[in-house]
Write a protein that binds this ligand. Structure first.
Ligand code: G3P
Ligand code: MG
Length: 246
């Protein structure tokens, strides 16, 4: 399977450097960069008006001073939210980032992004791919972009915009199932993203043996995680990857 010339670093910051800054914000990406981390994982989903934004939850409650479901909101309605004060008063006033704003920052910092496509209730996976993939293709070069999803349809629709050699796609699993390989082949996947505590050594070695990149999420204890490196794991997504640094 041809792939872009993409070598993931071993350490990827989950939702930006979310241990030290409010998750999925521009501040969290700057914090990752300042800590010497070159790649971030970020969640992307659509507002009700189909604006792609960087956000994990279906609603505003946990990570902002607002209320409501993203599927019911427009860009105008999220523009004055405080998405930082809940984490620490030092980040008060940090906005919810649009995908467009985030891509500008990532490119200005020369960073790579694993953008996780979150299909929100009320939206079809096609709409998410249509709104996100062309923007990402325009903003970041092939070696600094990787789209992943738990949603097979979101990945299949993403593939329509670029071939495997131009766009790396990652299949997200909780526990990697016995029949993982057809799912990956069907979309010309670059990588498998596995929940680290539920990954077996045999499955890890099979994924590597099939020529795919293997990413584990979300690990925060380097000592417990350590044996996985010998299984061939290529990269770890962590809230604080600086803990893993040699
Ligand atoms: O992409 C890995 C990880 O972010 C998936 O789970 O819920 O943290 O988005 P979640
Ligand atoms: Mg995620």
């Amino acid at each position: 399977m041809p792939h872009p010339d993409l070598a993931l670093p071993r350490l990827i910051a989950h939702r930006g450097l979310s241990a030290r800054a409010p998750e999925n914000t521009l501040a969290a990406v700057r914090a990752a960069h300042d800590a010497g981390i070159t790649w971030v994982e970020l969640d992307v989903q659509l507002l009700g008006d189909e604006t792609p934004v960087i956000w994990h939850d279906r609603d505003l409650k946990r990570c902002s001073d607002g209320r409501g479901r993203l599927a019911d909101l427009t860009l105008a309605q999220i523009q004055h939210l405080d998405a930082g004060g809940w984490f620490d008063p030092a980040f008060a006033g940090e906005p919810m980032a649009t995908l467009e704003e985030m891509l500008v920052l990532l490119d200005s910092l020369g960073m790579g992004a694993n953008l996780e496509l979150k299909v929100n209730r009320g939206h079809a996976p096609e709409a998410l791919a249509e709104r996100v993939v062309p923007q990402v293709l325009d903003a970041l070069p092939p070696e600094r972009r990787l789209l992943s999803s738990f949603d097979a349809m979101a990945l299949a629709h993403s593939r329509r915009f670029a071939p495997a050699e131009a766009l790396a796609l990652g299949v997200l699993f909780d526990r990697v199932p016995r029949d993982w390989e057809p799912h990956c082949r069907a979309i010309g996947a670059f990588s498998v993203h596995a929940k680290w505590k539920r990954l077996s050594e045999a499955r890890a070695r099979a994924i590597k043996g099939a020529g795919l990149t293997l990413v584990c999420y979300t690990a925060n204890d380097p000592a417990s995680f350590a044996p996985r490196w010998n299984w061939g794991v290529d990269a770890v997504i962590s809230d604080d990857p600086t803990r893993f640094a040699p």
